[in-house]
Every structure is written in structure tokens, then in C-alpha cells.
Design a protein around this ligand. Structure first.
Ligand code: AMP
Length: 210
């Protein structure tokens, strides 16, 4: 199963990707997590990407396409994968097609902008493994620590309110056109993203069985 999770920043893509990848036994691939790890390590790519991320802008297409091409060649992607946060532009979606990647389904998690802004204030991520949490909707078992790896939970710099507004603008301009792109290809499934996490997972799994 080759899946794409579409949706605005904060719609719940990462949360659902983490749950579904365990259930389907396929890797969840977050370009955001890959890029943040490169920033932390101080690699050449990470150093270049940092200013884009911090400003709420997209990292250039050619960088992201290079990252994903290499990642999808890894052995663990043979039986499928979930892409979280990629593609984010039509150019990236076309690049996937040119690589011969045949996507089965695209799940578009829809949440209105005003709710995204409210949610982002409570988002926390693990500084070590990138797992995502929310102080109200998905708290970790031990306050401030990741359930998966024990790493410390932090607020992402680009989750600050002003940057969230920029990211939403970028989403509507550059990423939302992908909804039509995949609808035209008969792959789009719209998921109502405002329910409880478990209910959204149930809806996604039902759609995947169909
Ligand atoms: P995310 O964790 O998916 O919210 O991504 C965080 C940031 O990483 C984005 O705001 C972009 O700056 C960058 N990024 C992640 N994925 C992509 C992508 N597919 N194309 C361009 N930039 C990306």
C-alpha cells in the first residue's frame, strides 16, 4: 500500500501516519522529520534548509525530491509506505510519477484554518525521534517526555503563531492544488479531520479496506 497524507500543517497527518504505519507494517516517511534531523546534524542540506523551515516556507523542490528518491529506494519501502508532508507542490507530485512511484490512495485530512491555529499552540514534538504530541488531544504518558524513545518534547520553532499563518498561506497556494491533482487521478479520499484521533484512524482504515 502506497499512501499519501495530504492536509494543512497541524491537520494531524503525522499523528495518523504514526498510528497507521504500525497497523499496516509499512514505514511512515515524514520529509519534515528528515529535514529537521539534517538541520540538527548540521549537514550541508540541513544548513541550507534551516532558513526555509524557520520562515515557514517550503524547502526547494529539487532538495525534497532528492531526499524522497533516496528514501524510497530503501528496502523497508518495498511493501509500501506512507508519505507524510510530501508531495507539497505539483512539481513534487509530478516527480513522484516520473520516478515510477504508483500511489494507491491519497488521504486528504481536512481541518478549517481557524481550528489549525487553535491546535498548533498545543503541539509538541520529540526532539530526538520527531514523534508528535498535543498537550490536550494527545498527551505523552510522562509530561515532557516521548513515549517512544524518552526524548524531551519541545515546541517547534515554526509552530509559533506568526509562522503558522505563513505556513497556512503556503499550504493554500502551493499544496492545496494537489487535492484536484489527485482527485483527477481518482485517488483522493477526503477525511474529516475534526473528530477524535481514534475516530479519524477508524475512518482512514475503513477507506483503505474499501
Ligand atoms: P512538516 O513537519 O511536514 O510540517 O514540515 C516542516 C517544514 O519542513 C515545512 O514547513 C517545510 O519548510 C519543510 N518541508 C517538509 N516537507 C517538505 C516538502 N515536501 N517540500 C518542501 N518543504 C518541505
Amino acid at each position: 500500500m502506497k499512501l499519501i497524507l495530504l492536509g494543512a500543517p497541524g491537520a494531524g497527518k503525522g499523528t495518523q501516519a504514526e498510528i497507521i504505519c504500525d497497523k499496516l507494517q509499512i514505514p511512515a516517511i515524514s520529509t519534515g522529520n528528515i529535514i529537521r534531523a539534517a538541520v540538527k546534524e548540521g549537514t550541508e542540506m540541513g544548513t541550507k534548509a534551516k532558513s526555509f523551515i524557520d520562515a515557514g516556507k517550503l524547502v526547494p523542490d529539487e532538495v525534497v525530491i532528492g531526499i524522497i528518491k533516496e528514501r524510497l529506494e530503501a528496502d523497508d519501502c518495498k511493501n509500501g509506505f506512507i508519505l507524510d508532508g510530501m508531495p507539497r507542490t505539483v512539481v513534487q507530485a509530478e516527480a513522484l510519477e516520473q520516478m515510477g512511484v504508483e500511489i494507491d490512495k491519497v488521504l486528504d485530512i481536512e481541518v478549517p484554518d481557524e481550528n489549525i491555529i487553535k491546535r498548533m499552540g498545543g503541539r509538541r514534538v520529540c526532539s530526538a525521534c520527531g514523534a508528535s504530541y498535543h498537550v490536550e488531544f494527545k498527551p505523552s504518558h510522562k509530561a515532557g517526555l516521548c513515549d517512544r524513545c524518552g526524548g524531551s518534547l519541545i515546541v517547534r520553532k515554526d509552530d509559533e503563531p506568526a509562522t503558522v499563518l505563513d505556513r497556512l498561506k503556503v499550504y493554500h497556494e502551493l499544496t492545496e492544488p494537489l487535492v484536484e491533482f489527485y482527485r483527477e487521478r481518482g485517488k483522493l479520499i477526503v477525511i474529516e479531520g475534526q473528530k477524535e484521533i481514534g475516530q479519524i484512524t477508524a475512518q482512514i482504515l475503513k477507506e483503505l479496506e474499501a
